[in-house]
Design a protein around this ligand. Structure first.
Ligand code: ZN
Ligand code: ZN
Length: 298
């Protein structure tokens, strides 16, 4: 066991210097044998159920956005309201991915009910970050697409049932939010990709701040592993990290429950990339001269 010294720097919220005796989430350094293993090649390919869930989620999103467009076309709503709603959804989806990413990076493990596979995937991503660039699209997107497929249909039905002048904006918000959440994993993958391998236009969108940039996300994969959680545009990362919002939340959780976030344990090897020489993001944004990345499964 090593020293457990929280890193909170907020004067009014002092973290205890030692964990509660039986409630610490992570009180010992996990051995390498308990950390995630490298994905096998066949785990990176899309399966037919993954394609089906991705198609179902995409259909729900297109239905929502199509309903909004048809309401505008029929004159039931001016175009400005759905456009404003879509922009708000794009912004809030970035915040939502940050909160979710912070939760699954820091709390729970593979045995956690319902969220275990997602938690294992996110925490394992820190050991093998460039694996995400090797996944087939549906393999990467299917989990979020399934959540959207199951949640968006009833939400859209409720919006349509409520009707009213705000229906077009509400459909636009729901559809855009869902689309950004599903695609956040693709944006995340591009944040790990070598610049020369990015699809045309993606680097420009990253540079403009429309999509989360490689440089910004690289900071998430460096010690102390407690910043830059947002993975749509990254527009919320600055304010969340500047005001230490997640540190405050972690302190509140700890003081109320005794559960420590994984990011407080700086020597936890499960955060560290296995081989930084071949990891895309750990090399930083200007690494294209030495980016002969491994192409096998990671
Ligand atoms: Zn993470
Ligand atoms: Zn990442």
């Amino acid at each position: 066991m090593y020293a457990l010294t929280p890193r909170c720097h907020l004067p009014p919220l002092r973290r205890p210097s030692s964990p509660a005796p039986c409630q610490a989430a992570t009180t010992t350094t996990p051995s390498l044998s308990t950390t995630p293993s490298r994905a096998a090649a066949d785990e990176l390919r899309s399966t037919w159920p993954q394609r089906a869930w991705t198609a179902a989620g995409s259909a729900a999103i297109l239905s929502s956005l199509g309903t909004s467009a048809s309401l505008v076309a029929s004159g039931a709503s001016p175009a400005a309201a759905p456009l404003a709603a879509a922009l708000a959804a794009y912004s809030l989806a970035d915040l939502a991915t940050g909160v979710y990413h912070w939760l699954v990076d820091n709390y729970g493990d593979a045995s956690t009910p319902l969220w275990g596979p997602q938690i294992a995937a996110f925490q394992g991503h820190h050991r093998y970050p460039s694996t995400i660039t090797l996944r087939d699209p549906c393999n990467n997107l299917h989990a979020l697409a399934r959540a959207v497929a199951l949640a968006l249909v009833p939400v859209d039905a409720a919006i349509s049932a409520a009707g009213g002048g705000g229906a077009a904006a509400a459909h636009a918000f729901a559809g855009t939010f869902a689309a950004c959440v599903v695609l956040s994993q693709q944006f995340h993958a591009w944040a790990h990709e070598k610049r020369r391998r990015l699809p045309p236009g993606v680097e420009a969108l990253q540079g403009a701040g429309v999509l989360v940039s490689r440089a910004q996300h690289a900071a998430h994969h460096r010690a102390p592993y407690d910043s830059n959680y947002c993975i749509v545009s990254g527009m919320w990362n600055g304010v969340l990290d500047r005001y230490r919002v997640f540190e405050v939340l972690e302190t509140v959780v700890y003081l109320r429950t005794g559960v420590r976030p994984r990011s407080w344990d700086e020597t936890d090897v499960s955060w560290m990339e296995v081989d930084t020489a071949v990891g895309a993001v750990a090399d930083g944004p200007d690494d294209d001269d030495n980016d002969d990345e491994a192409t096998g499964a990671r």
